[in-house]
Design a protein. Sequence first.
Length: 596
Amino acid sequence: MIISIFRSIISQIGLAKPASDESRDYPREIQDTIGRFLVQSIFGGNFLPESSLPKIVDEIDFDRLLPGASKDLINFIKTKAIRVFLTALLSVDLPGLGLVEVAKSFQKNGLTDKNLPVKDISKRGRCLNPESYIRCRCAKCSRACENGKADCPHDPVLDSFHMKEWSKQSFHTFLNKQWMFFAPVFKKHNHRRFKKELSKETILPFTWKDPNPRSGHFSNVFHAKLHVAHQDECDPKGTADVEVALKELKNALSDETDYNAEHSWRLEVTALNELSELKDKHLIHPIAAFKWRATHYIMFRWADGGTLRNFWDNAKEVHLDLNKQRIGEFLEQLCGLAGALGKLHGTNTQTATALAEADMKRSASPKSGSRLLNLKPKVDKTIVPQSSPFQAGPGNSVPSGTDDMPMIVLSSEDGDNDVKHWRHGDLKPENILIFKDSTWLGTLKIADLGLAKQHQFATEFRHQVTSTKHATLHYEAPEAVTNIKEPRSRRYDVWSMGCIILESIIWLLYGSQGLKQFYLEKTHFQDHTRQTLYFNTSSRPINGGSELVASVSEIPMHWITEMLEKDPECKQYTAFRQLLELVRDSKLKTARGGDS
């Protein structure tokens, strides 16, 4: 009774809230709710994560927000136009009944989330509707606008904004706010969705980015975090954001005036897109590529184990803790890399069938010039003499009885002149990434495939010069020096892989110190003809002139011989011995007779 009297008194003296204020309270409450779910992008702006949208819908009492609205209208908003409606809610300060009219207009004209982003119909010549507050001010058609005789040239669904509830200011607010409701979602790429050219207004769903990138000649690579709900590489319902490598191509190069970032990006994206068809777990696959505000990006999963070079540097005394399991893991990963390289080299990208046929053909009968390697290691526990520079650590015997060790085929033959092939062009430990798993080593993957070039071994191709520049000299094949006017063949990659295999064995048997000693050999054998640790060059006369010819350096041959003759892990017929013989006999070979 007393409460009723007080309410009556308050009402009489004008202290009660007007009905219009009451009807605005709940819409403003929902505005605050939306704000709570927004996430800041490291690139600027706020976005609503995909996973948050259904949570907001669950919190809204639509009967209260849209008083008197039909079930059909509420269902339309919830299932077809929720992003459009929430954008409108943030753009206009209307009571519930006003929001109902806005929602009805959306339903009547068929404006749904599929129509986002809405274009600016207030620009000159866009909107001619006489009842719209968003008017065209073109002198030529002003009379037609006033008389209502002209049809609007924009999409008919945008007639939704031809109502008094929309002012020019609130409409422009809508144009800005809409972007926070559809930050891009990067799905496992296919030919249609892999490459995106994003509007400059797009809010990128990255929550963190390392300010210090790994800088290369053509690009900077940032360690970044992508909101988990904006990808499907991992479980999008997870809680932790996804770590990615965000490759940002440089827009200009001071030493290359003919460099074009747009052209380079399209070439790299095309290569990555086609190479992804190989679906090999030892080849890095991109998540997406996108262009945003004149900058070109390619996104990959972040290699949480770093590079093979990092692994070598961090495990300095690996030879002291080596065991059967670790050796087996490393050899299996080397086999995987060789197999991936074989797929890269043997791929005819013209047909999907050719991929399967090529695999079957290679499995059934290795080509001449190929080396079939069955890694079934044996154990030899002979102690290395103390005088030997090759002192292996304890417990690093090569495992025996590993009957499931895979076989690999490494072919340096060019062959198959009627099909297309790929080569990498810059294989090195820095371009082999490690993805951690339950094993000691993890999974090795060949990266920087964007540098890969497809080669049609046909007559016209022979007249082109390779465009893969800035490869690492240490792992370059001799043809990089002796045949600089010729395109690089697959043999180039095989040479580089041979170098990596040899250095991996040295590291496994003697640790980082042994690898360092191997690198220092270059200074001991230095002479004016040496190009790298692995090959020498000399000049020979030809047709009144001269040409450079290459020969394999004595340094790797000396180390291989010493290991084969003195190291107990290599003297018998073990996996290490087979790999060393493979490198010596097949992989570190210079081109013959001008063959590129």
